[in-house]
Design a protein around this ligand. Structure first.
Ligand SMILES: *Cc1c(COP(=O)(O)O)cnc(C)c1O
Length: 417
């Protein structure tokens, strides 16, 4: 028997350490995503997907994919610039331009790669990338990989961003943020970010992953919600990025913007150049999903209304859930072990609401991440509320000034970070 490598010793120690801290993650074997999901033979109320508009199994999306597989087969066979960009990819590019009111669009195999590709294409050694502290891992990874100087500002703190921007008057600066923060469900202050970047001639990459299809009058996302991407307006500092894998129910990432910006990405984004193009059927499914978003606005209205009611009711029951206007509700517990216990208690009641722990969120802010879809209804919310019972901030005996809105565990600003 050869001796284990030094890596194997390190792997065993690292896993033991994660296990001891209650941070070891394992895979669940899940059935198809819907309002319920089968896990280990049990059908659970599904509060753990990003399938916000319930499009992953929409008949029109399925039919578009099925038809495309019949005609085109499964794989695209090559990268986009070689021969993998088919007529179906071009149809998706055009559909994204129409949906987003943009001049051009660039496709990536995933949203993760869209961030990696866009940031490394737009920032080099000598440039500066400035991030919100809570932005998605793919933005952080892209920034690190770019070789640029990486700086971060406290979450949504535009004054601190301005201070950083002021330090680099002669450098090319890329600012990158999420528009909806995936683990908090809160919005970026986009108008202020745009103003700061405009003033300092910085480019602002905004990741609409959790907003595309969900926010804005026509579902274009948080930029539309803030009136920032009206048709025909100059795009200014704003460069918009999204994913096809959340509300649109499929797979793939994209960036929309001017033809020049998109040409640059097509020529410099290694995460799109050196990887196989999306399956043509994935492109066809995304076109169908965009059609549904346009034709069935009631889907986004429904999921937002449900989220509004759940947020109100959880807060009234003393749970630490920050205000918000998205289908992502963080129920903040604090300690990792206590969060896991609550998640397990819900699992016993037939509800899947995952515990999110460090390093995904800062230590001491472990939480249940509850996400709703257009397929949920009032009865599902009632089931969750009943299984949770009263929260830690609800003083059963309100003498002494406790009660909803008081008490420990009900201080979103203080308890979160
Ligand atoms: C999920 C997510 C991504 C990655 O998108 P995929 O298509 O799943 O790779 C990127 N950015 C944010 C903010 C996300 O939440």
């Amino acid at each position: 028997m050869p001796a284990p490598t030094r890596h194997d010793d390190w792997i065993a120690a690292t896993l033991a350490d994660l296990r001891a801290q209650g941070l070891l993650r394992t895979l669940r074997h899940c059935g198809p995503p819907g309002v319920t999901v089968r896990v280990g033979g049990r059908e659970l109320l599904h509060l753990a997907s990003n399938n916000y508009l319930d499009l992953a199994r929409h008949p029109r999306v399925i039919e578009a994919a099925r038809e495309a597989v019949g005609a085109w087969g499964w794989g695209s066979g090559a990268s986009q610039l070689i021969s993998g960009f088919t007529e179906l990819h071009e149809a998706l590019r055009a559909a994204l331009c129409a949906f987003e009111h943009a001049e051009d669009a660039v496709l990536f195999p995933t949203g993760y790669q869209a961030n990696l590709g866009a940031i490394t294409a737009l920032a080099d050694k000598g440039d500066v990338v400035i991030l919100d502290k809570l932005c998605h891992a793919s933005i952080v990874d892209g920034a690190r990989l770019s070789g640029a100087e990486v700086r971060a500002f406290p979450h949504n703190n535009v004054a601190r961003l301005r201070a950083l921007l002021g330090k680099y008057p002669n450098r090319r600066v890329l600012v990158a943020v999420d528009t909806v923060y995936s683990m908090d469900g809160d919005l970026a202050p986009l108008p202020d970010l745009v103003a700061a970047c405009t003033e300092h001639r910085a480019l602002l990459l905004v990741d609409e992953a959790h907003a595309t299809g969900v926010l804005g009058a026509s579902g274009r996302g948080a930029c539309e919600r803030f009136g920032l991407c009206a048709s025909g307006e100059p795009e200014g500092p704003l460069l918009r990025l999204g994913t096809l894998s959340k509300a649109l129910g499929g797979i793939g990432g994209f960036v929309v913007g001017s033809a020049a910006r998109c040409d640059l990405l097509r020529n410099r984004a290694r995460a799109a150049i050196y990887t196989t193009a999306l399956p043509p059927a994935a492109a066809a499914a995304a076109v169908a999903a965009l059609d549904v978003v346009r034709e069935e606005p009631e889907r986004r209205r429904r999921v937002l209304a449900l989220a509004g009611r759940l947020r109100r009711e959880l807060r009234a029951r003393g749970w630490n859930v920050p205000e918000g206007e998205t289908p992502v509700l963080p129920l903040i517990v604090g300690a990792a072990e206590a969060t896991l216990d609550l998640s397990r208690r819900l699992l016993e009641a037939g509800i899947l609401a995952p515990a999110i722990r460090p390093p995904t969120v800062p230590p001491g802010t472990s939480r249940l991440r509850i996400s709703l879809t257009a397929a949920h209804n009032e009865r599902h919310l009632d089931r969750l509320l009943e299984a949770l019972g009263p929260g830690p901030g609800l003083d059963p005996d309100p003498v002494g000034g406790g009660g909803p809105g008081g008490g420990p565990g009900h201080d979103p600003a203080g308890a979160r970070r």
